[in-house]
Design a protein around this ligand. Sequence first.
Ligand SMILES: Nc1ncnc2c1ncn2[C@@H]1O[C@H](COP(=O)(O)OP(=O)(O)O)[C@@H](O)[C@H]1O
Ligand SMILES: [Mg+2]
Length: 311
Amino acid sequence: MILFENVTKTYPRTTRPALDDVNLEIPRGEFAFVVGTSGSGKSTLMQLVMKEQDATRGRILVAGRDLDRLPERKVPALRREIGCVFQDFRLLPNKTVFQNVAYALQVLGSSRARIRQTVPETLELVGLAGMEKRLPHQLSGGEQQRVAIARAFVNRPPILLADEPTGNLDPDTSLGIVQLLDRINRTGTTVVMATHDTVTVNAMRKRVIRLDRGVLVSDMEAGDYTTGSIPRVRLEEETSARPADAPEVPDGYDDGDPAAYDHGDAAQAPGAPGAPDEPSVTMPPIGRDEDAPRARGGIFRRHKAVQTSDR
Ligand SMILES: Nc1ncnc2c1ncn2[C@@H]1O[C@H](COP(=O)(O)OP(=O)(O)O)[C@@H](O)[C@H]1O
Ligand SMILES: [Mg+2]
């Protein structure tokens, strides 16, 4: 779903590339962290996916589109498939919670009926039911970020990018935000989160892609921020030591179970002409956060440098 092939980005009037020959594949339905110190290229990577920046060299495929060949007039359709969340929330200060979220659908031309149904559903999903009428300044930072996530997800995009979404939040609140992104991921949405936040990365046991001065230096499943990986033996020990955490059945996630994550073609372009008014994605119940973390086999993700098929 997101594929980088030998992607280099060099900004004008700079000597060192912000991204240097990056190869990366993020399949549909995956949750991946992008980590690295400030200036390592995380935001650049996100902006390339959005086509807010163009690669200097290499090829980028997003949801089956070759971004280098994508005409300008088709960029809005690409962006409708990608929800974005930022460190600084970027809410409209004079609009209520409901209006902030509804606005994202209004600009897509959604019907009032759809807005009336989808906005409360989405606010419920992010844990903000009952707060519809508040203004952003009447919310905590974590609640404001939940509004921003609701706004990014309200049209059920197949991809959600979050650029340091917990950067302004305390650790407990941050964990809640990442768990919310995990819940969204379980609806089938691909989630890519750039972060410095070691505690949440380590807590989540997700794929960790690490950048160092623009170079992709490691790419691990069930990663750990500090070491980059959890050695297989340690993961197995922990899994057997804490049987409650072990899934009853292997979740088959990495083997690619497309049916489990398939949006169906129509949902690929929410809001697009011809798309059904109602999303086809079924939302998991709120209580899914309590689910045990899924231990995942296969620690080291081999670098598949090139995959040429369009997806
Ligand atoms: N618009 C820009 N113009 C020039 N240089 C930039 C621009 N954006 C980012 N950079 C440079 O690219 C490198 C990577 O930045 P960035 O992608 O923002 O990293 P991160 O998000 O990991 O902090 C840094 O050296 C930064 O100074
Ligand atoms: Mg950044």
